[in-house]
Design a protein around this ligand. Structure first.
Ligand SMILES: Cc1ncc(C[n+]2csc(CCO)c2C)c(N)n1
Length: 226
């Protein structure tokens, strides 16, 4: 059994919770409030910058060239692929990149990235891969679910979102993230596997909180300047 099969059993209930979340369902149905989506776009842009640092740490800690290449592929996919999608969406709403970059990350956003960066800097390459996994895999899981539930995406303003995360490029990136962790976890003692599992469960819980933060448009109570 692959390590990711074991992980699936521990996160399945949390991930099914995403599918019932009004923000996620609204993306598929096309009914999501535009301001909530813009909140996600801004928060996610700065999230992805911090998330990208993880893969740079992973490349540094990688035991061999092949692993370095996999971390680098994910890094490139995020900085140049996924963030380009965010820029394109923002432009449609008349939001410039400068405005995206001014976003002050919310408390949940900060807690999530700090948690991952903390584990990534303390742990080995497998810990870094564990930090990355829920993000890549759960968006692909959500995208695939939404195309199945809402096959007619013609009039959905979030069609591009659904297409992107269920599409070939992201399915491939997710495959890389899964293979990376499966390979790095191989031969590890049970105690270490449990620690990796704990990271994947915690990041899965943070993913839920991130959706909820966007649904509630949570930000700091006082909009101080950065
Ligand atoms: C909070 C949050 N979680 C996950 C993703 C999705 N995601 C992050 S990295 C990656 C793979 C390579 O870009 C994917 C699909 C997101 N955008 N925001």
């Amino acid at each position: 059994m692959k390590f990711t099969d074991r992980l699936w059993r521990s996160v399945e209930d949390i991930w099914n919770g995403y599918l019932e979340h009004p923000f996620v369902d609204g993306l598929g149905a096309g009914t999501l409030d535009e301001e909530k989506f813009q909140h996600w776009l801004k928060q996610d842009y700065v999230y992805l910058m911090e998330y990208s640092r993880l893969m740079a740490i992973g490349a540094d800690k990688a035991p061999d060239l092949k692993t370095m290449q996999m971390f680098s592929e994910l890094l490139h996919g995020t900085l140049h692929g996924e963030m380009a999608l965010h820029r394109a969406y923002a432009a449609e709403f008349g939001i410039s990149e400068a405005v995206l970059l001014e976003t002050r990350p919310s408390a949940v956003n900060t807690a999530y990235t700090s948690y991952m960066l903390n584990h990534a800097s303390r742990g080995d390459a497998a810990a870094v891969a564990a930090c990355l996994l829920a993000c890549a895999w759960s968006y692909n899981f959500i995208g695939n679910h939404l195309v199945k539930k809402y096959p007619n995406q013609e009039n959905n303003p979030y069609k591009q979102w659904v297409d992107t995360y269920s599409g070939e490029d992201f399915t491939e990136l997710n495959g890389t993230a899964m293979t990376l962790l499966n390979e790095l976890a191989e031969g590890k003692p049970e105690r270490e596997l449990e620690a990796l599992e704990e990271i994947v469960v915690t990041t899965s819980l943070y993913e839920y909180m991130f959706w909820d933060m966007c649904e509630k448009k949570e930000a700091w109570p006082v909009q101080a300047k950065l």
